[in-house]
Design a protein around this ligand. Sequence first.
Ligand SMILES: [Zn+2]
Length: 420
Amino acid sequence: MNPNPTAAGTGGSVRVNRCQLCGSPRLKSILFLGYLPPVNTMEPIGTRPKVELFYPAELLHCGECELVQLGLIVDPAILFPPHYAYTSGTTRILRDNFAELHAESSSLFPFPKEGLIVDIGSNDGTLLANWKGSGHRVCGIEPTNAHKLALEKGIPTINAFFGPESAAEAIRWHGRASRVTATNVFAHIEDVDSVVGSILDLLDEGGIFISESHYLLSLVQTLQYDTIYHEHLRYYSVTSLRHLLERRGLQIIHVKRIPTHGGSIRVYAARKAERQAEPSVEAALAQEKRLLTPPAFAEFRQRISRSKLSLAALLSTIRAGNERVYGIGAPSRASTLVNHVALDETAVECVLEIKGSYKIGKYMPGTRIPVVDEEKLFSDPPEYALLFSWHIAEELIPKFREKGYRGKFIVPLPQPRVVE
Ligand SMILES: [Zn+2]
């Protein structure tokens, strides 16, 4: 039940006037980042600027269920244009996380090998490969072409969006599931409540649903405002996830903070009264009550402002000394940072992407900053490399050192710092 008009198919956007989760009109604005362009709208280098739509990026907090959500829903057809090629970016940190999810859940909540696990938004099957390896029956549901990669790995995958039809198809082929997983699904889907309904259809009696979502508390604590863009409709806490799941009769039985995407929360849920909740659930709820308060949101807003101004000041000093800055990587979050801090090609000369990236040869959204082959970092090195994937800076810096970059790094968030 999304109480707002649907944005999909409008070719435009709709404002959120009622909470997307509980329908309450008690929504309070906690942050306004300004206007941002769609992150996948990248014009080819050399084309002259044309009219581009920017959308307001405002965060609203629901006084009823604590959900933090974007104040505007943009038609997915605008956010995901036809040429947009989604690649999972199965980085080491993601692969490690999936292996750890398999290990943790197998030790906490084991299930027999004849049992089935279904992964929603299964991408190239990286997560399910772990259970296939332990001899379980697996099934993926994946709308994009990534499903072909999963099939090549021998992972049965239904090529569809997740909903009542694909859930029924999974049951027809494989029966009901002992485990259902959904990593990074709940933030994007417009009607998340009906998705939970389909998950319940699919889940066998005694089954467990495991979700992973980017965690609001990490967003606030480590100032990851750059993860705010229009694809991410919602920013969950355990408190708001509990509301979402309880509406359909699911109870959270265990939670764990994990490092993916700069800080996520893994949540295990079962049908009410089927299992005992671990102490981790109460602990997380109590911590959120303490740390996700109106004063904390006000301070969050102030910290973002200070961080933005000091990044601008740092770049200004560097450029005044005629030293050069390249950006490293053009993930979606780079678009928010670049546009919020109002960086242009005179501040950041170019942004580098790894060979083969479809972003090479385009401009960063909303700017004239060209995206070029990473090779330029070594053939024509700048004094500074600005890490847009700053949340994995510890992983990236040694890699670039190994490849031969000798300049300095700028880690832009939470507070800008230079790494020599
Ligand atoms: Zn609400």
